[in-house]
Design a protein. Structure first.
Length: 560
């Protein structure tokens, strides 16, 4: 983090976010000749800088190896033998080699952009009045006042979000609240994980009511994708859940779980925000523009239509497909049966989220039946075919014609209602047990969990876990299948302190064969060993360059 680079140089270096859906949505293209003085003479620049701090939001479809982060965990295997994810898979993460190191700079750029906006929009009321006719153009004048007030609140929440992502990775980090006002040569000290959590919560509590409640409900659907009161509350829920978890709460302070439960409660009880589980089916929620219109979405990152997710993850035998991130049998085995198992078809009568998320052998995908048996169209012996016996389906548009340049929408959901229900269920169980709900709390842990399961299928078995420990297992299971491939699994394993046990287990797949009666056979096989170094890999290492540049202000994380 080069804190001595002027902010305008950062902007000139390319802070940009492509506009989506054919509109200038969150257009962060900056006039590289802009100076602080132009911000108080050009109203459009004030709006432009109000978009710039969104440029650092993550787009999970290109998290690592230009693909999903899932292959870092036990969810999937990267097919391409030359990949960055193997640094995680082989336990070789270190200060000189971290494929996610770019996130460090990206997140601090987002913080710096938010700081900049807060500093140089301080006189916004007078500024707007000088740039609008407050009588003849009173409608636009009032709109400017409303929007810039919201933008300043959004900058506070964006900054809190970026710090949340930093401490999730690194624990203690350097804390910066200014841009030009700071001494560029100062060796800024690290703040502890808990200090930054408290600051994040304070920012959210202070500024949540200065945000629009929900862009869709407020009648500004064209602005949806910016932070709102709903997404601020969702962020608070996630941050406090992580802070209460074993990695960050080694003494199991129950008050932390109570605080996390209350944070999730605040969103669930805010009925005016109008959030709800998607009613069109689990799989359909993730398709095309559905995340942008569904009541389940709290915040999504928009992008123009494209085909990279399909191109990278379609089966190799589909024209244009490259196999990409292939789901593991470790994950597939977690999907429950909704009826009697069928010895001839292990994927029959399963939690329907399996069929919505994963292409299994014998299922129909891209207009044909997937046949991975020897001699089949998807023979596992083919170069770059799936080594796990599965392909990704979630997020992908079926039968997209890649050879003819077909495209589809892919909007990355950062927060959704189902996650908050699961956050609530976990925190409530740890604070009060599976079935207790103090006054003012809308559900017990069990009731919240059941809402998510009922949306998936009314045929799923009833969760019978009676004790807090048993119910904890049920919550972990539900997060695994409900949030699969959404960049939660790896971080969940870390915060639960389960990574050393889970990520040192082999990555499993199935080998598909043919029986004499022409039915398929399946043999569970080890695809590759996995290594997780305990305790080092529970935190990211700071890069050697950052440690050197900090002149003693950064203490390297344990194990590196």
């Amino acid at each position: 983090m080069k804190k001595n680079i002027p902010y305008m140089a950062l902007l000139a270096g390319g802070l940009a976010l492509t506009a989506g859906c054919g509109k200038d949505f969150l257009d962060t293209k900056i006039d590289t000749n802009a100076t602080p003085s132009t911000i108080i003479t050009d109203r459009a620049t004030l709006y432009t800088f109000g978009n710039a701090f969104y440029a650092s939001l993550p787009y999970g479809f290109s998290a690592i190896d230009n693909n999903l982060f899932a292959a870092v965990s036990d969810e999937a295997q990267q097919t391409n033998p030359v990949n960055d994810v193997q640094v995680f898979n082989q336990g070789s993460l270190n200060a000189a080699s971290n494929p996610d190191e770019a996130s460090y700079k990206r997140l601090y750029e987002g913080i710096r952009a938010a700081n900049f906006y807060l500093e140089y929009s301080t006189g916004w009321r007078e500024f707007i009045a000088r740039n609008r006719d407050t009588v003849a153009d009173v409608t636009n004048y009032n709109r400017d006042k409303l929007f810039i007030h919201w933008y300043r609140g959004e900058a506070h929440i964006a900054r809190a979000y970026y710090y949340a992502e930093l401490i999730k990775r690194y624990g203690r980090v350097q804390f910066i609240e200014t841009t030009y006002a700071q001494n560029p040569n100062a060796a800024l000290p690290q703040k502890s994980y808990d200090e930054i959590v408290d600051w994040i919560v304070s920012e959210i509590d202070t500024y949540k009511d200065s945000l629009v409640s929900n862009w869709r409900v407020a009648g500004y659907a064209d602005q949806d994708g910016r932070f709102s009161r709903g997404s601020a509350l969702a962020l608070k829920s996630r941050v406090l859940l992580y802070a209460a978890s074993p990695l960050n709460n080694p003494t199991n302070d129950v008050s932390r779980w109570e605080r996390a439960a209350a944070a999730a409660r605040d969103l669930l009880a805010a009925t005016e925000l109008d959030y709800a589980l998607h009613t069109g089916g689990y799989g359909s929620y993730f398709m095309g523009n559905n995340p942008l219109t569904s009541k389940e979405t709290i915040l999504a990152v928009r992008r123009p239509a494209g085909n990279s997710p399909e191109m990278l993850n379609y089966p190799i035998s589909t024209p244009g497909g490259r196999s990409g991130v292939t789901p593991s049998h470790n994950l597939v085995a977690a999907y429950e049966y909704t009826g009697a198992p069928d010895p001839a078809d292990p994927y029959k009568n399963r939690d329907p989220r399996l069929a919505a998320s994963i292409v299994t052998n014998g299922s129909n995908w891209n207009g044909r039946m997937i046949d991975q048996s020897p001699g089949g169209a998807d023979d596992m012996a083919k170069t770059n075919s799936s080594k796990t016996g599965y392909y990704l389906k979630k997020f992908l548009t079926d039968q997209l014609n890649l050879t003819q340049g077909g495209t589809a929408q892919h909007n990355w959901v950062l927060f959704r209602y189902a996650e908050v229900l699961l956050n609530y269920a976990e925190a409530m169980n740890e604070a009060y047990g599976p079935d207790q709900a103090p006054a003012g709390f809308p559900y017990s842990a069990r009731a919240a969990l059941q809402l998510v399961r009922d949306r998936a299928s009314a045929s799923l078995p009833v969760v019978v876990a009676a004790s807090k420990n048993e119910f904890r297992v049920a919550v972990k299971h539900e997060r695994r299948v409900e949030l699969a491939f959404e960049d939660h699994r790896y971080w969940d394993l870390l915060r639960w302190k389960d990574a050393a046990g889970v990520l040192n287990q082999p990555l499993l797949g199935v080998t598909v064969g043919r029986n004499p009666d022409n039915t398929f056979s399946y043999t569970v096989t080890q695809v590759t060993p996995r290594v997780f170094r305990d305790p080092a890999m529970y935190r990211y290492p700071f890069s050697q360059a950052e440690v050197a540049a900090a002149k003693g202000a950064i203490t390297q994380n344990t194990g590196y």
